[in-house]
Write a new protein. Structure first.
Length: 308
């Protein structure tokens, strides 16, 4: 009897030891597996944005001690962080187009942070809104005329990056001069000077953060701030790009001055050794198939070098 009990005890002890070793080994493998998974999925980790820092925009501090301001900022950060495809493309496009905008803004004394308006307006593409606003800066026809942009059946300089950026800079500076702050200037860029002026008067407001305006304008400044935070530090928000992933700056062209009629832009392109597609890509402000130019105005057309 004792021998049977001893044998049974030995079997139980051996089984327990085998189970313990197997379990321990499994735990190690599981831990290693979890670590490997974590390392490969960190860029897509879904988590809340860090709101503990001090946020600034165009030299103005954002009053995040106000719960309403903090929540509105959190809303736009969250929506734009997880707008993956569009945000990734905007980071790539910013490398190409921001140097042009930055230079113009610097020359005119416009804070660098305001360049992110172009992303909020158009995702850095020559968009057209249902209301008729066009270009990177979504300029309406009346504003284009007021600020010297040519708009007709053949030419629309709202699609001219340099000229439309100059117009946007002038408009933003005028709003800043009127309201006294860049945050109100940005709000006016979206909502219009009249709406912001009336809201300040009727609501006895002092700053943008005092105002209860329509949802689009109420969100607009926070969206621009959120875009600034993400594009200026993409890895913080899970966007991992190498230098080669970014779109290169377009500086591979020369300017050709034209003061005559161009009957056919496709023929013009071929004569200059490029395709019609290339001509349109570098000069999206040429919106027709010809340039009749009755006033013999001097236009500068970008022609990419032949080896490109």
């Amino acid at each position: 009897m004792k021998k049977k009990l001893l044998l049974l005890f030995s079997l139980v002890l051996t089984s327990s030891l085998v189970f313990f070793i197997s379990y321990s080994k499994g735990e190690v493998q599981l831990g290693e597996s979890e670590q490997a998974i974590e390392e490969t999925t960190i860029p897509q980790m879904v988590k809340s944005a860090d709101l503990s820092k001090i946020f600034t925009f165009a030299g103005e501090r954002i009053p995040t001690e106000d719960f309403d301001v903090l929540q509105r900022l959190d809303n736009e950060l969250t929506l734009n962080i997880y707008r993956h495809g569009v945000t990734l493309l905007n980071i790539k496009k910013a490398a190409r187009f921001f140097p042009v905008i930055e230079q113009i803004f610097k020359e005119r004394g416009i804070p660098d942070d305001l360049k992110y308006i172009a992303v909020a307006e158009s995702d850095l593409q020559n968009a057209t809104s249902p209301a008729g606003a066009k270009g990177f800066w979504q300029i309406m026809p009346a504003v284009a005329e007021e600020y010297g942009l040519e708009v007709n059946d053949e030419v629309d300089e709202r699609f001219h990056l340099e000229k439309s950026t100059v117009a946007a800079a002038k408009l933003l500076q005028n709003y800043k001069n009127y309201f006294g702050s860049w945050s109100l200037a940005v709000a006016a860029y979206n909502g219009g000077i009249g709406r912001i002026k009336n809201a300040l008067q009727e609501q006895r407001g002092v700053s943008f953060y005092d105002l209860n305006v329509n949802q689009e304008t109420s969100r607009y400044l926070f969206r621009v701030i959120a875009i600034k935070e993400i594009i200026s530090n993409p890895r913080k928000f899970g966007y991992y790009l190498n230098e080669d992933d970014l779109y290169p700056v377009w500086n591979d062209y020369y300017m050709l001055q034209v003061d005559s009629n161009i009957e056919n832009l496709a023929d013009f392109a071929r004569k200059n050794g490029i395709s019609y597609r290339q001509l349109k890509a570098y000069n999206p402000w040429l919106i027709a198939t010809r340039l009749t130019n009755p006033k013999r105005k001097v236009y500068e057309i970008k022609i990419p070098y032949l080896d490109k």
